[in-house]
Design a protein around this ligand. Structure first.
Ligand code: GTQ
Length: 350
């Protein structure tokens, strides 16, 4: 812009900028093209964390700091394109949490929505408002915003899960609140599985009765692997794979039929052995975890190998092709839920 102007005018403009700056005033024409881009230009980059490497560092941290000391013993999976931000994508956080036998992670609640996707171990629990979800590999457990949650490991083995939260989204809105429960654990309110029976079988307690105890807008919080895997199997038996997704199922909130949580959508997909997906790009940068099998993600002509329990982040509007060597089962979460409410979500199917 300024190159095309007369030198004198350019100098006067520069002087104007310098004078205005202390008043909090800036020329839009210098930055417009970076603010209103013709298509998404995420600073986040494609990145994969191999499970073996991340796990080794996490176990070393386990020797040095207790879960109670740390409050949450977690290694943040920070996108290398977003240094210092603690973000996996521009709107979402990912971390790997370790809880050793006998440990507790103290009870708290916060405005942020969280999901846990179990990587290894069996028998530790996440308690939500005092109800334990006993966690097994590849279970999905939600701790929706402002619900009390604590974790404990009463098993004999380390337990590791992926934490997915909307921390960057809540920070963006300057809407973070958090508080601690006075004790380290919430008292047990009902036996494990109670919510699933009351709210998870296409029924719910009669409104206004004493047994209707979960929040109306978000009652369910445990989506066991044993259930979702069986549901994927029935898709495989009954239908052809979708060319872009393979066999895919979304986790829903039964209260409204919408996404798992207000800010986070989650899904699983099975790509049959030998399947190559059609290319697809979407505005919801996504964190994927390999639950089963192996394959590759091809992005911009580069093949990223995927092995069991690896984590892959695909930022907004990057076209990806998945290839399955054996049956490849992926879990993924993104901010699609939020983007759809805001009228922002778009995808391109090649
Ligand atoms: O379990 O509440 O990985 O608040 C980061 C922030 C987990 C949690 C994280 C959190 C939590």
């Amino acid at each position: 812009m300024s190159a095309a102007l007369h030198n004198d005018a350019a100098n006067q403009l520069k002087a104007l900028y310098a004078e205005m700056q202390p008043h909090g005033l800036y020329p839009l024409w210098e930055v417009l093209s970076a603010l209103v881009t013709p298509k998404p230009r995420s600073p986040a980059i494609v990145h994969r964390w191999t499970y073996a490497d991340a796990r080794a560092y996490l176990l070393r941290a386990g020797d040095l700091i207790s879960a109670e000391q740390a409050e949450r013993r977690v290694l943040i999976m920070e996108n290398p394109g977003l240094p210092g931000s603690s973000c996996a994508t521009s709107s979402l956080y990912a971390g790997l949490q370790l809880i050793l036998p006998g440990e507790v992670a103290p009870c708290h609640r916060h405005a942020q929505c969280a999901l846990r996707f179990v990587m290894e171990g069996e028998g530790a629990f996440t308690a939500v408002d005092g109800e334990k979800a006993i966690m097994r590999p590849f279970d999905l457990v939600l701790t929706p915003g402002w619900q009390w949650h604590d974790h404990g490991n009463t098993s004999s083995k380390p337990m590791i899960w992926l934490d997915g939260l909307d921390i960057p989204t809540v920070l963006h809105f300057d809407a973070s609140f958090a508080e601690h429960w006075p004790e380290s654990a919430h008292p047990e309110t009902v036996p494990p599985g109670d919510t699933s029976h009351r709210y998870g079988k296409n029924m719910r307690p009669m409104r206004g009765t004493a047994t209707d105890r979960r929040p109306n807008r978000q009652p369910l919080f445990h989506y066991p692997y044993s259930e979702w895997r069986q549901n994927l199997d029935s898709l495989v038996r009954g239908s052809d794979p979708d060319p872009h997704f393979g066999h895919a199922l979304e986790f829903v909130n039964p209260a409204d039929g919408g996404a798992a949580m207000p800010t986070i959508s989650a899904h699983v997909r099975l790509l049959p052995a030998g399947f190559t997906s059609r290319p697809r790009a979407a505005t919801d940068g996504t964190v994927f975890v390999v639950a089963e099998g192996r394959g590759t993600a091809r992005i911009d002509g580069k093949d990223i190998p995927l092995h069991e329990r690896d984590t892959l982040v695909v930022p907004s509007w990057r076209e990806v092709v998945f290839q399955a060597e054996g049956d490849l089962v992926l879990f993924g979460y993104s901010d699609r839920s939020a983007q759809e409410k805001l009228g922002l979500f778009r995808e391109h199917r090649g």
